[in-house]
Design a protein around this ligand. Structure first.
Ligand code: PAF
Length: 282
């Protein structure tokens, strides 16, 4: 039988649950867990070993949602999430409400995510990364993890969190884990449940087009033409494209040619009301 994790709803319960633990491997989430999150939990365990503790948090952070975004309808599936945590040997699940995370209301002091957060997702979603980094920094403060594991699915998030940990000397390792995909290539995402059957059938084009763009870059085609053609192909498939960009894989800075790489291709596009993001290395 799978052991149930300890569920901590308050800061005090969390401190109690973490007292005299070994190394802590942390997986922050907003719930609606799927196999992508499961791969993060597995990685956290392999980092801290059996003597360490794997801790997941489940908190839909209002600070990182903009006006008109999906905060209210974000999927909440706590019972199923706890089963996934149990199946993956999670020791403690922190499930705070907003008053536990922000006891004094919206924080006066927030994390400035720097220039990487003004482009791509940051340009499309102003304030998003300040909200992400602020809650991540608070969760790091509350848990004191040795290792924190994030998915490459949110590639820009992974890069800004990594940079925050380095710039603020947070004394933990931030680890990125490859995206888990459906057999047809669609990246697993908690937001995939928003797709209608017809949109779901179109959605794998996002990954297909990224792979086609990567292949053309490897053939030596100019980056600007590749991304313009890729975006046009997505629009033909029914997407409304926010961006399809070839960026430096570490700095996310724009680059002119493949020689300036390594390259990461990043895309955000809407199918109906659902906004999907994806990325791949070239
Ligand atoms: O990736 C997410 O689910 C969220 O952005 C995170 C890191 C849990 C912060 O709320």
């Amino acid at each position: 039988m799978t052991a149930r994790p300890i569920i901590a709803n308050t800061r005090e319960e969390l401190s109690e649950a973490l007292a005299s633990r070994g190394e802590i491997g942390f997986v922050p989430t907003m719930g609606a867990l799927h196999d992508g999150h499961a791969s993060l939990l597995t990685r956290a365990r392999s980092e801290v070993g059996e003597s360490g503790a794997v801790v997941a948090s489940i908190f839909v952070n209002p600070l990182q949602f903009g006006v008109g975004e999906d905060l209210d309808r974000y999927p909440r599936t706590l019972e199923a999430d706890l089963m996934i945590c149990a199946d993956h040997g999670v020791d403690v699940v922190f499930v705070p409400d907003v008053t536990q995370v922000y006891p004094d209301g919206d924080p006066e002091v927030t994390i400035n995510p720097g220039p990487k957060a003004e482009i791509l997702e940051g340009a499309a979603r102003p304030g998003h990364f300040a909200g992400v980094l602020t809650v991540v920094a608070k969760l790091f403060g509350l848990l004191g993890p040795d290792v924190a594991v994030f998915g490459e699915k949110d590639y820009q998030q992974l890069k800004v969190v990594t940079r925050m940990a380095a710039d603020l000397d947070l004394r933990l390792d931030v680890i990125g884990v490859p995206t888990v995909r459906e057999p047809d290539g669609l990246a697993l995402s908690s937001r995939n449940v928003y797709l209608s059957a017809e949109e779901r059938a179109r959605a794998p084009a996002l990954h297909r087009v990224l792979r086609e763009c990567a292949a053309r870059i490897v053939e030596g085609k100019p980056l600007a033409a590749v991304t313009t053609d890729g975006a046009a192909e997505l629009e033909r498939t029914g997407f409304v494209v926010d961006y399809l960009a070839a960026r430096h894989a570490e700095t996310l800075a724009p680059i002119d040619s493949a020689a300036d790489g390594p390259i990461r291709l990043l895309v955000a596009a809407r199918l109906g009301k659902t906004r999907l993001i994806d990325n791949i290395g070239v």
